[in-house]
Design a protein around this ligand. Structure first.
Ligand code: ZN
Length: 409
């Protein structure tokens, strides 16, 4: 049912010798080795051609310490070739590639010294004599010039001539096929989540997720789950799983707990990277601590350049996310279910960061509230909440599909 490509494993593998690298990506485009090459027109110049099975959005830039060429692609499967074929030729040193973030692949070549990125272009394959390829020209440069240019956002390199622009890997739903929903029961395994009175959040949200899945499936939705038993799934892997599932929507399920106070009711959280007040930070810590506990290294996940890539997709998705919050909150309240006095809040939780999958995190209630806890353990209350969510998701999907059709016209 779900097909996870182990992003974390791939990231780790990048540090290993070439022979150990694996590439289990569900990629959009494939590297075509017979049309890929590194050539050296002169001692000071190196040209790299990467033949692709289809054009994809890409971006090339330089980084220092050590000097590197980085090329980010919208999902390219590099497995047909080995990086050795490109290594230590011309101005290139060691070459690595692999999945970088869900939906993005990265090619990294160490450089033998300072270079200038002369050009980075994509042939889009608009005629047979000109099949899709990314062509990069590097020229030897001085250390000073290199330092001045490295990391510079060269937005012109984003330009992908029309009409060969390919869509994102997940085609926006338009009502012509069943909606695909990824349910994400929070916590699990070594991370039980909130624990009150011998009850754990991980078990509670699993029960709820199973009931929700059954109801959504009956309603004609195609439903996946990031975990189906009490096992630990890193946050990044949850997003990866949603991506691999081709989710139109991701709904994370939690139950909050506060050490103090009388907070009650359900709360919806939507992505907001500016959510940085103390409460939001604390909340993000509570949610994201599972990966810290498990020793998952999140270093590098806030790479500024990758952030630019994410922002592009985010711009399209965020209004859909905002509507998702409104519609779901309306459905929950409409079913007479109690919501928190701030029913929809912004947060920068890891599981909300899919740039191209509208995502929401629902706190069903507060485990720390006796009343909420009793409700969440009551099958009748859960059935009401399940009913509200199914109706809300369907309502959102209809409006979202109508908009998608409108935008296409
Ligand atoms: Zn939680």
């Amino acid at each position: 049912m779900r097909q996870i490509f182990p992003t974390l494993a791939v990231l780790a593998a990048l540090a290993l010798p070439a022979a150990a690298r694996a590439e289990p990506l569900s990629a959009l485009a494939r590297l075509e080795p017979e049309r890929s090459s590194v050539t050296q027109p002169s001692a000071a110049k190196t040209e790299i051609s990467l033949g692709l099975s289809q054009p994809v959005p890409f971006r090339a830039f330089l980084l220092d310490d050590p000097p590197r060429l980085v090329v980010d692609f919208r999902e390219v499967d590099f497995s047909p070739a080995r990086p050795e074929a490109f290594e230590k030729r011309g101005l290139l040193g060691d070459v690595r590639w692999g999945g970088f973030r869900p939906g993005w692949s990265r090619f990294v070549a160490e450089l033998t010294g300072p270079v200038r990125l002369v050009s980075a272009e994509q042939r889009t394959g608009d005629n047979a004599a000109n099949p899709p390829a990314v062509h990069i020209v590097l020229e030897r440069s001085t250390a000073t010039a290199f330092a001045a240019r490295q990391g510079a956002a060269q937005s012109a390199l984003w330009d992908l001539p029309q009409p060969a622009l390919t869509g994102p890997p997940i085609t926006r739903q338009d009502g012509t096929r069943p909606l695909r929903v990824m349910l994400d029961p929070g916590h699990g395994g070594i991370d039980p989540g909130a624990e009150v009175d011998g009850h754990s959040e991980a078990v509670l949200v699993m029960t709820f997720a199973r009931e929700l899945k059954e109801a959504m499936t009956r309603a004609g939705l195609v439903v996946g789950m990031t975990r189906t038993d009490n096992s630990f799934i890193p946050l990044e892997e949850r997003i990866t799983a949603a991506h691999a599932f081709g989710a139109d929507l991701m709904l994370s399920l939690h139950a909050d707990a506060l050490a103090e106070g009388e907070a009650m009711g359900a709360t919806l959280y939507l992505f907001d990277e500016t959510a940085s007040d103390a409460a939001a930070r604390k909340l993000a810590e509570r949610h994201d601590r599972s990966d810290l506990l498990a020793g998952v290294d999140l270093a590098g996940h806030d790479d500024a350049v990758a952030g630019v890539l994410m922002d592009l997709a985010r711009t399209e998705t965020q209004p859909r996310v905002v509507r998702l919050g409104q519609v779901l909150a309306g459905a929950i309240k409409g079913a007479g279910l109690r919501m928190h006095r701030h029913p929809v809040q912004g947060a920068d939780f890891a599981v909300l960061r899919s740039p191209d999958i509208p995502s929401a995190l629902l706190e069903l209630g507060f485990m720390s509230s006796d009343i909420d806890r009793a409700r969440m353990h009551d099958p009748a209350w859960r059935a009401d909440m399940v009913g509200a969510l199914v109706a809300g998701v369907q309502r959102w999907a209809e409006a979202d599909a109508a908009e998608a059709r409108l935008l296409r016209q």
